[in-house]
Design a protein around this ligand. Structure first.
Ligand SMILES: Cc1cc2nc3c(=O)[nH]c(=O)nc-3n(C[C@H](O)[C@H](O)[C@H](O)COP(=O)(O)OP(=O)(O)OC[C@H]3O[C@@H](n4cnc5c(N)ncnc54)[C@H](O)[C@@H]3O)c2cc1C
Length: 337
């Protein structure tokens, strides 16, 4: 259930081993989704092992190996990343994966929202668990593509008083502009004012970057009721992968990787169940242990990083630590992967 990156990757892995598979998704393909579209971390080796990397390059995926962090009109930090990331729109990425999966013989049901009952043979990959507020805050994400935007690094992260906005180059000379925001009160005019939210404060470096932007209005998407508290697989019923298990704070740029890695980690127990070697209960336990083992440390550090992006005290602590220990941002990058 659920054909985001987690469900699609798991589908491809299982079809590689001829496991019969039916995928249900509530939506249709292709479509735009709220995402920084910045794929970094261990998922890149899963993509390689699925034999998909060169196809993503052909779709125009852009390698990104440096990042700048900016607040207001100044650049706080500029770093080369230990490992380059890959930037490609979810519109293209998901479309490519769904085509691969259908060619590999999976049965696909789109526009079908199914209700979740943990039962044998069902894997839950239906994305985030909505939560209207967390500690009194409403979290929401906005994203749109734009042209005529020049960047000074593969990824630019701009802090604003309401959240942060990431800019990265994607295919066809476009830039993905994606922000995570929080508010104490409902924000009712987002559909009309999303460009203002994404363009940051007047006189900021971000607003300069976007002053001549030609927005692709059809790519605008928004998401609300985000829950960023970590969850453990061993506390949950059934098999849950990707955001359906837990959402890592988007600032890490690691959610897509966790969705892909989670699918990869779930594959062997599901194959063993499929071949009749183990029961569904054992497969579920094995998947849960694998996921918790792989993600617990990353989720802990990500929580800290998320705090540092939004809390003024934690922000200046992180900033001072980066000045005293120049390797600190790279360390955080590694710890959240
Ligand atoms: C603002 C923001 C920025 C982000 N930026 C990045 C980034 O730069 N890099 C990164 O790696 N990650 C980023 N992420 C996180 C990343 O987008 C997610 O972690 C990732 O998409 C999760 O994939 P998934 O397959 O678990 O879920 P999804 O991609 O959400 O897919 C879930 C699918 O399930 C379907 N579905 C839901 N309910 C049902 C149902 N009942 N029945 C059938 N189908 C159903 C949906 O239609 C959907 O297609 C960001 C997230 C946000 C909010």
């Amino acid at each position: 259930m659920g054909g985001g990156l987690a469900g699609l990757t798991l589908g491809l892995r299982l079809r590689q081993r001829s496991v019969p598979l039916t995928l249900f998704d509530a939506g249709t393909y292709p479509r735009h989704r709220v995402c920084g579209e910045y794929l970094s971390g261990r998922a890149l080796s899963v993509i390689e092992s699925l034999g998909l990397r060169s196809s993503l390059d052909q779709l125009g995926a852009v390698e990104s190996s440096d990042v700048i962090l900016s607040r207001g009109s100044s650049i706080l930090s500029r770093r080369r990343l230990p490992q380059p990331a890959l930037c490609l729109s979810r519109y293209q990425f998901d479309r490519f994966l769904i085509n691969q999966l259908t060619s590999a013989g999976a049965t696909l049901h789109t526009n079908q929202r199914v209700s979740f009952q943990p039962s044998e043979g069902i894997v839950h990959a239906t994305g985030r668990q909505p939560s209207p507020t967390e500690h009194g805050w409403r979290w929401f994400g906005l994203k749109a593509h734009a042209r005529n935007v020049s960047l000074d690094a593969g990824l630019e992260m701009h802090l604003s008083s309401r959240g942060y906005i990431g800019l990265c180059r994607i295919e066809n000379q476009q830039v993905n502009v994606c922000g995570l925001f929080r508010s104490r009160h409902p924000v009712s005019d987002l559909a009309a004012k999303w460009k203002e939210w994404l363009s940051g404060e007047a006189d900021s470096l971000l607003s300069q970057r976007l002053q001549n932007a030609q927005w692709d209005d059809s790519s605008f998407s928004s998401i609300a009721a985000l829950s960023l508290s970590p969850r453990q697989a061993t506390d949950r019923l059934g098999i849950n992968i990707g955001d359906a298990l837990t959402m890592i704070p988007p600032v890490t740029g690691n959610g897509m990787s966790m969705a892909i890695e989670g699918a990869d980690l779930a594959t062997q127990p599901l194959l063993d169940w499929s071949y009749g070697k183990i029961s569904w209960a054992v497969a579920s336990r094995q998947v849960a242990h694998r996921l918790d083992h792989a993600f617990a440390k990353r989720l802990r550090h990500a929580r800290w990083l998320q705090h540092a992006m939004f809390d003024p005290f934690a922000q200046s602590l992180a900033w001072n630590l980066s000045r005293i220990f120049p390797a600190f941002p790279s360390l955080l990058f590694r710890l959240t992967r």
